[in-house]
Every structure is written in structure tokens, then in C-alpha cells.
Design a protein around this ligand. Structure first.
Ligand SMILES: *[C@@H]1O[C@H](CO)[C@@H](O)[C@H](O)[C@H]1NC(C)=O
Length: 390
């Protein structure tokens, strides 16, 4: 019995020693785990603060970047203006270097401190008119639609307030489209809302005009013939041979147009060129009833690099570009009433565009230009000023 007790005691003793060892072991493990937990904790805190620091750094760098971006933008703007200025100065120098005709002073204008370049043979246009507007700048542009091919012409009736739109697609054709309004035109799928009209003969170039219910267009053959087509009853009511020999295309950058008809406040004009004066563009005033030419002027405006032209209040504005189309600009003006010269006229730049202008048609009633640029129909709103205003 005693032996048994002793045995039991030993067993219990052993068990408790084992238990103790186990407890010790567990405690060590726990300590180790606690240790690691506190290490993780520290690390987490460190990471968190590192992260915060990084975030702050990023923020300040972003701010700097923002500032740099603003700086860059201002720099770019500055460079842009400088390029524009250089462009203008170059253009100005170019116009200065062209052979100038003899400079003369018009007595009437001396009081107004304006020097006018007079050419021999340049008689003043006799017709009395109140029209004294000239371009100051292009105020706005609106792209209406893309209809048709790269070249063409679109216009309103520039003499009546009809509001109808006429589309002459391509440089060769005999069928034009008529839309009831600009709205119809801009909302129509292609020519779905248009009326197609076939002319009795084909046109060539983009020099046609619509004026007081008539289409004036050029029939090109052995000779140039100006056709007058009545839109109301659909017949050619008059035609006449354009009385200029050896004609050549009027704009250096386009070989299609020989006679460009233009409408302004005073009626119908023809812008053309001939072999006889092949470096420069000529201008003629036409009688809309008889199609007779009332007077012809040789302008100082070069054909080379000319893209298109239009007439406002008896002043022809020739628009120039480069073979690889860049920005079009009015770089030569000629006023039949002698009040404006290229020097007085502001150098007017057109906004950036798609290709090149195949036609520019001025609407005297709206002071808008209807432009055809690579199949896009564009309107330019003009800001005007009075001639002789400096
Ligand atoms: C068309 O109208 C014009 C005048 O409005 C007239 O001179 C001409 O003879 C008419 N033509 C036809 C075919 O009716």
C-alpha cells in the first residue's frame, strides 16, 4: 500500500513536472508570438507613416507638375503668339518687297493722312455708292456639313433674301442641288431634302454665282461663255462670250477656275486672268442684265499661291495659301474706288481648316462668307469697319 502511494506520488510528480515544462514551453511561444505581434505593429506603424510621407511627396510633386504644366502652357501660348507675329511680319515683308507701282498722293485724301498707291490706267470706278465697308477680321466660323467632294461651291441667292441654299458639287457638272433653307440643308441626310436641277450645259470650275433668281455660270469651250439661267422657269435667258483672249486659270493654286464670278453690294464682278498679264489677277464689273463688261482693272495681286478671292464693296480680297495647305490669309486687296490698299487692309487669317478653299462666296446681306473646304461647307462671319478708318 505504501509502495503504491509512493508510486502514485512519483507519477503525479512526474506529471506535474511534465505539465510545468509544457507551461514553460507555451509561455515561451506566447512571448515569441507577442514579440512578433509587437514587431508587426511597429512595422505597420512605420509603413503607415512611410505611406503618408510618400503620399505627401507625391502630392507636392503633383502640385509642382501642375505648376509646370501652367508654365508650359503659358510658354506655348507665348511661342504661339510669337510665331503668329513672325508669320505676319514675313507676310508684311513679302508684300513690301513686291514691285510697287509709282507712289502718288491723292489730294483729297492728304487731309486724312492716308497715302494711296495709284497706278497708271487705274481709273476710279465711276458708280456712286454708299458702300464703304471693308473687312476688319473674321469674327467666327461655323462648319455646317460635309456634303460632296473635295472641290465645289455653295451659296445662297446673294441678291435676294430667299434663304435657299444652292450646292454645286465638283468642278465639272451640270446638276446642282437646291435646299429650301440652311436648316433643311444642315439636317438633311445627304441630298435627301434637296431638289436637283440639271442645267442646259455643264459648268467648269467653281466660279458660278446665284443672284436675284438667276444662276450665272461659266460654260467653258473654245471660249468662255457666261450663262444666265432663270431659276423660276428653268431656262437660259441670256449668255455672252467673256471678252478676254488667252485666258488662264485665275488662281495659282487651282487650275479649274478661269472666271470666278462674285457678288457684292454693287452687283456682279468677274475675277479672271489672261496670258497678257499672266502674273496678276484682273477684275471686271459686269452688268447683270446684259452680261456686258462695264470696266476692267489690272490688280497688283499675284496669281501665284492665290487660292480664292471675293469682292466686298468694290474691293477684291485675294486669299493666299501654300501648296501644302496651311493657313489661308487675305494678303492682297485692291479697291476700285482707291480707298483701300494692301497696306491699309488688315492681314486677315482664316482659322485652321481641313484642306484648301475651293470657293469663297461673300453674302452682302449677311456679311458672311460661304466657303467650301475639302467637302465641308463652312460659314465665316466677318467683322467690318469703314474704309479710311485707321
Ligand atoms: C423665263 O422668264 C424670262 C423672264 O422672267 C423670260 O424672258 C423667258 O422668256 C422665260 N422663258 C421661258 C422658257 O418661259
Amino acid at each position: 500500500m505504501r509502495t503504491l502511494r509512493l508510486l502514485l506520488l512519483i507519477t503525479v510528480g512526474l506529471a506535474s513536472a511534465q505539465q510545468q515544462a509544457l507551461m514553460d514551453y507555451l509561455e515561451r511561444r506566447l512571448l515569441a508570438i507577442e514579440d512578433r505581434i509587437s514587431q508587426w505593429h511597429e512595422q505597420t506603424i512605420r509603413y503607415a507613416s512611410d505611406l503618408r510621407e510618400l503620399k505627401q511627396q507625391m502630392m507636392s510633386q503633383l502640385e509642382n507638375l501642375d505648376k509646370n504644366k501652367d508654365g508650359l502652357r503659358t510658354d506655348l501660348d507665348n511661342i504661339g503668339t510669337r510665331v503668329d507675329r513672325v508669320e505676319r511680319e514675313m507676310d508684311y515683308l513679302e508684300t513690301q518687297n513686291g514691285a510697287q507701282p509709282c507712289v502718288d498722293v491723292d489730294d483729297k485724301l492728304v487731309e486724312q493722312q492716308v497715302t494711296v498707291i495709284k497706278e497708271k490706267n487705274k481709273a476710279k470706278y465711276a458708280k456712286l455708292t454708299d458702300c464703304r465697308d471693308m473687312i476688319s477680321s473674321i469674327k467666327a466660323m461655323k462648319i455646317l456639313k460635309r456634303l460632296g467632294g473635295a472641290k465645289g461651291m455653295w451659296t445662297k441667292d446673294m441678291g435676294s433674301g430667299s434663304g435657299k441654299i444652292y450646292i454645286f458639287n465638283d468642278v465639272d457638272g451640270d446638276t446642282f442641288f437646291e435646299f429650301a433653307s440652311v436648316r433643311d440643308f444642315s439636317t438633311s441626310q445627304g441630298t435627301e431634302r434637296a431638289t436637283a436641277t440639271k442645267l442646259p450645259s455643264a459648268w467648269h470650275g467653281t466660279g458660278h454665282a446665284v443672284y436675284n433668281g438667276h444662276v450665272y455660270y461659266i460654260k467653258q469651250g473654245e471660249e468662255m461663255r457666261v450663262m444666265k439661267y432663270d431659276l423660276r422657269n428653268g431656262s437660259v435667258v441670256d449668255s455672252s462670250v467673256f471678252p478676254v483672249k488667252d485666258q488662264i486659270s485665275v488662281y495659282g493654286l487651282s487650275s479649274d477656275t478661269y472666271v470666278d464670278l462674285a457678288v457684292d453690294e454693287e452687283g456682279l464682278w468677274a475675277i479672271f486672268a489672261s496670258r497678257e498679264n499672266e502674273r496678276h489677277i484682273s477684275l471686271a464689273k459686269m452688268d447683270t442684265d446684259t452680261l456686258a463688261i462695264e470696266q476692267i482693272w489690272d490688280t497688283p495681286c499675284q496669281r501665284e499661291n492665290a487660292e480664292a478671292a471675293f469682292v466686298i464693296c468694290g474691293t477684291v480680297y485675294v486669299v493666299y495659301n501654300t501648296k501644302l495647305p496651311s493657313r489661308s490669309r487675305v494678303q492682297c486687296v485692291f479697291d476700285v474706288s482707291d480707298m483701300v490698299t494692301s497696306d491699309d487692309a488688315p492681314l486677315v487669317y482664316f482659322p485652321k481648316r481641313y484642306g484648301s478653299h475651293s470657293s469663297l462666296k461673300y453674302s452682302p446681306m449677311e456679311q458672311l462668307i460661304y466657303a467650301w473646304d475639302d467637302g465641308y461647307q463652312i460659314l465665316y462671319k466677318l467683322l467690318m469697319k469703314k474704309k479710311l478708318e485707321v
